[in-house]
Structure formats: C-alpha cells, structure tokens
Design a binder for this molecule. Structure first.
Ligand code: AMP
Ligand code: MG
Length: 330
C-alpha cells in the first residue's frame, strides 16, 4: 500500500483533502490526522473491521482499548449512559481539549474491539482545527490511538507517522507539529471520586478546581492496572534510556564513565552537555521528537536529565519513567 501525505493548513478549509480522507474512512480504512496532543490513527469507531486495522497497523495488543474522538459534547452523549454530573462539568470546562473521560458505554454504541470488551469507553473532543473539521465532515466517531508503532514514542510530526506507518496506511493528513506533544489526561468518571488513569497536560489541580477531589491511579508496575494500556512498555527509543538526577556534576561524571567504556551517549536535557556525543532538548513538547532523534544516532545509551522541579511535572515524568522502564542511572 502506498502512503500518501497531504498538507492541510490549520486555517484553511481544504475541501478536497477532507473529502479524500472521509472517503477512505467510510471505506473502512484508517487515516492519520493531527490533534493538539499527538497525531492519531483514526478509524470509524462503529466498524469493527476498520478498528481492527488500527490494531494491525500499530501492532497494538488487542486488550488495550482505544480512545474515541467526537466533534462535540452533544455527540459524545449519544454514545454513553449514566453520565455523572462531574463528567458533564468536565466536558463543559475542558472540551474541546486534552482530557479523555472514561464513561459507561451505551451498549452496542461502538465496535467491540474499540473498548477491548470493557463496558466503559474513553471519549474526548480534540481541540485541533483539522481533527474537528474531519470529525464534522465524517459525521462518525473516530477511534484513534497515537499513530506510532506500539511501544514506540508517539508522533508529534507527520514525518514521525510516515516513519512508522509507511506502507501500512493509505493517508496521513499533515497539519504541522502538534502543540502539546504528549497524550491526553485520562480521567475515569465511573467511580467516586474520579481517578486520573494517565496524567497529561490537563493537571490534577485544574480538574479539582472544577469537580473537587480526584485520586491518581498508582500506576505501579506490579498492580493490575485499571487502565489496560498502563501495563505495557511505552514510548521507548531503541537504545536503553536511563533517568538521572541533575545534581552536583552527576551527569558529567556519568558521561565520562560511559565514554571510558568506549560507548557513546545522548543526553536529553534543558541544557547542553558539551562532553556528550549528542544533545537533544527535554520538555513536554520536545520529548517524543527527541527520543526519535536518538534513534537516528548511533548512541549506545541515553540519559534523561531530571532537573529539580521536573518531578512535579506528573505528565512528563510519567512518560519519561515509562520510556526508561523506570531505570535510573547510578
Ligand atoms: P492511546 O490510545 O495510546 O492514547 O491510549 C489510550 C489509553 O487510554 C490507554 O492507556 C488505555 O488503556 C486507556 N483507556 C482507553 N479506554 C479505556 C477504558 N474504557 N478504561 C480504562 N482505560 C482506558
Ligand atoms: Mg499511544
């Protein structure tokens, strides 16, 4: 299969491009598109065969449910039941935006493989002109996980999608770099108090200002996770990644130590380390692009500098710990 990339300017409504994407989606194929978080790999959420193609293209385990994207709160409410008052308040406060709400699915609303057999479903309204235009023209809900090979860093540029999906999907809509750079916050609203299953740009504090106390899930490796996706290795570059505390020359010492063993090292950090073989920026927006850049170097090992204060950034730390499989350099 040939993979076509078409540019859709964020401000211009390019009818022909959207018509092509809609036609492909209606025929049961998948299309990659930009959202404000990361690029998504979309398929008609009511068509099991189409949804199956997402799992196939990504190599995603079938027990990891997909998030459904819709164009509005009103559309979302057609597909769910027993929606809590807090879920409704979150929709009003954060949609369109980077918050996915887990709710009770209306039986049969989506193809069974979307929810991996669960009775609940994760839904959000993306805040991106291309994603919203596509959803409005399609008039169907789109199941859309991140458009990367399962386990690899999520795509923040169309070229990242092309790298992973070339020959596997027919079309990528290119809307430039994604603004936020990491996936949505996932909030389970089927329990009381609601639980953050995955941290993201929308913070616990922002949510609590709207609906009061929420809990955070102990995404501990040994627990059976409530969010099935949390048990898998994620976001990992090819070379082993280690987290390292940025204090008292520790990073310089680590670089020396690694290079003395005849190995090359890439450092992800806010500041450059002249002694390192490769340096790449570290922030929410740049994390995935930097991890992918490491893959295009011959670095034997990657260090991610955890600066004082970074530990408080739940979302970035969550992705870093998963990408490093919780390894710290010592
Ligand atoms: P991704 O599609 O790669 O952004 O991942 C979606 C995340 O949402 C995964 O961690 C899933 O396990 C989680 N998720 C999706 N649907 C549900 C659900 N019904 N209940 C709990 N977690 C969910
Ligand atoms: Mg993903």
């Amino acid at each position: 299969m040939k993979t076509e990339i078409i540019f859709v300017d964020n401000d211009v409504d390019e009818e022909e491009s959207y018509a092509q994407a809609v036609e492909i989606l209606l025929s049961g194929e998948v299309v990659a598109f930009p959202t404000e978080t990361v690029y998504g790999l979309g398929a008609d959420a009511t068509n099991a065969e189409a949804v199956g193609r997402i799992f196939e293209a990504k190599g995603r385990p079938a027990d990891n449910p997909l998030i459904v994207h819709v164009d509005s709160k009103e559309t979302a409410l057609e597909y769910v039941q027993e929606v809590s008052a807090k879920a409704l308040q979150c929709m009003d406060a954060f949609w369109p935006g980077a918050l996915t709400l887990i709710m009770q699915e209306r039986p049969g609303a989506f193809a069974k493989n979307v929810t991996a057999g669960l009775e609940t479903v994760g839904i959000r309204v993306p805040n991106h002109p291309v994603a919203l235009s596509l959803l409005r023209k399609l008039q169907l809900p789109l199941a859309a996980p991140s458009a990367n090979t399962s386990g690899k860093p999520s795509p923040t540029l169309a070229e990242h999608v092309y790298h992973d999906m070339e020959g596997r999907i027919p079309l990528i809509l290119d809307g430039g770099a994604t603004e936020i750079g990491i996936e949505s916050t996932v909030l389970d609203t089927t329990c009381e108090p609601p639980v953050i299953l995955r941290p993201g740009k929308v913070s616990k504090e922002q949510i609590e200002r709207v609906i009061g106390t929420v809990r955070t899930s102990s995404g501990n490796k040994n627990n059976v996770p409530k969010s099935p996706g949390m048990k898998y290795m994620h976001y990992a570059p090819t070379a082993p990644l280690y987290l390292i505390e940025n204090e008292e020359g520790l990073i310089e010492k680590a670089i020396d130590y690694i290079q003395e063993k005849g190995k090359t090292v890439a450092v992800l950090s806010k500041t450059e380390y002249p002694a390192a073989d490769f340096n790449f920026p570290l922030s929410m927006e740049s994390l995935y692009a930097s991890l992918r850049k490491c893959d295009s170097t011959d670095a034997d090992l990657i260090l991610a500098s955890v600066e004082p204060g970074l530990q408080e950034n739940d979302a970035l730390m969550n992705r870093l710990e998963k990408a490093a499989d919780h390894k710290w350099f010592s």
